[in-house]
Design a protein around this ligand. Structure first.
Ligand code: PMP
Length: 389
């Protein structure tokens, strides 16, 4: 069973929005759906479903190098982020995050601190998208921080956060640490035996699993003033009530396993393709700027500002390439990327920026198609705008 491209003539370069399903994920999800069983039932059918969930829990844990008992399955990273922040912040205090987080963190943080907005610190970033560490240490020094939530990799620029020193300082200050690792998991190795975060969110569809399935890692022994978002039948050890999405979870586990096995080869191959794409675009288009610390990024992401070429017009002219204007979660909305604005870019720059994101199934053909199509589209839009002046 393989993923069917909606159109063989389309270069799909929008893996940060969602990745194509891995064949292993399709097999596992279909196999689960072909049988009947509620993972909570004690008869043989129920045990079969529970076995599929157990396997997926082990596979997900193996990708992170944690233990299966530390994984709570959710409906995605949005729910995992909500659960993590609400759990850690249930007793109040201060909440430290960054200005470039995904809305699933930023909006949750705002909602939790709406009664006392001063208890929310959204750390600034520099022009490369790196979190201001002086501001971070100053926030900790202010005392009373319940939780620090900083993303492992940014969805728009791919910029990575060096978590180890952040975790150490936060723990010294008595704060818990959560990381939204949605864009990192399955793209670069992460070892939770080494990285001492307390909570981590992931979403299966970013690494080739189904949409609508994710997980929250909660480190064993971490004490949280927790309140579940969903109460009911007590599934997931009371963390998340509701009949388990067995097919989705089985697909997520199989994708996690395939991603883990492929990681060592995939990451450098994808980085080479991304670098080739960037080089060709910079050379052939000119007057553009790559956003984010170039040597501290995910292997498959590039965010490029093409000056004088609004991204919506360029993307509309590129019918054989799927790429993104800012992040998919905010596209359709007229507001410019909050990530690029936080990095000091102007509104016009943000509006002229395209994100290409590559992944495990990206080919050299995709890159060649993307280069020729982008060059043509940017030149066309620039010429049309110049002619209109
Ligand atoms: N965090 C980050 C960094 C993301 O990129 C996304 C997906 N765009 C999410 C959270 C939310 O994931 P989901 O929509 O699968 O819940």
């Amino acid at each position: 069973m393989t993923f069917q491209s909606p159109d063989a003539g389309l270069a799909y370069l929008d893996y940060n929005a969602t990745a194509p399903a891995r064949p292993e994920a399709l097999e596992a999800a279909f196999a689960a759906m072909r049988t009947v069983g509620n993972a909570s039932s004690t008869h043989r059918s129920g045990r079969d479903a529970a076995d599929r969930v157990d396997l997926a829990r082990r596979q997900t844990a193996d990708l992170l190098n944690c233990s299966p008992g530390e994984i709570i399955f959710t409906s995605g990273a949005t729910e995992a982020n909500n659960l993590a922040l609400r759990a850690a912040f249930a007793a109040g205090g201060r909440l430290v995050t960054s200005s470039v987080e995904h809305p699933a963190v930023l909006e949750t943080a705002k909602a939790l601190t709406s009664g006392a907005p001063a208890s929310l610190v959204a750390l600034p970033v520099d022009a490369d998208g790196l979190v201001d560490l002086d501001a971070f240490h100053a926030a900790l020094a202010g005392g009373g921080v319940a939780i620090v939530s900083l993303m492992a990799a940014n969805n728009e620029t791919g910029v990575l956060t060096e978590l180890a020193p952040i975790v150490e300082a936060a723990h010294d200050a008595g704060a818990l640490v959560h990381t939204d690792a949605t864009q990192l998991v399955g793209r670069l190795p992460i070892d939770l035996a080494d990285t001492d975060v307390d909570l981590l969110s992931l979403s299966a569809h970013k690494f080739g699993g189904p949409q609508g399935v994710g997980a929250l890692f909660v480190r064993r022994g971490v004490r949280l003033p927790y309140r579940p978002l969903l109460v009911g039948g007590g599934q997931e050890r009371g963390w998340r009530a509701g009949t388990l999405n067995v097919a989705g979870i089985a697909g997520a586990g199989a994708a996690a396993n395939a991603a883990r096995l492929g990681l060592a080869d995939e990451a450098p191959r994808i980085a080479r393709l991304r670098d080739a794409l960037e080089e060709a675009l910079v050379e052939q288009i000119g007057d553009c700027r790559i956003n984010g610390a170039v040597d501290r990024r995910l292997p498959g992401v590039t965010s490029i500002t093409f000056y004088g070429a609004p991204a919506d017009a360029v993307l509309a002219a590129m019918t054989d390439v799927a790429a993104s204007e800012g992040s998919a979660c905010s596209s359709g909305a007229p507001s410019p990327s909050h990530v690029l604005l936080a990095m000091g870019r102007s509104r016009e720059e943000a509006d002229s920026t395209i994100r290409f994101s590559l992944g495990y199934a990206t080919t050299t053909d995709d890159i060649e198609r993307a280069v020729s199509s982008t060059v043509r589209a940017v030149q066309h839009v620039r010429a049309a705008l110049t002619a209109a002046i």
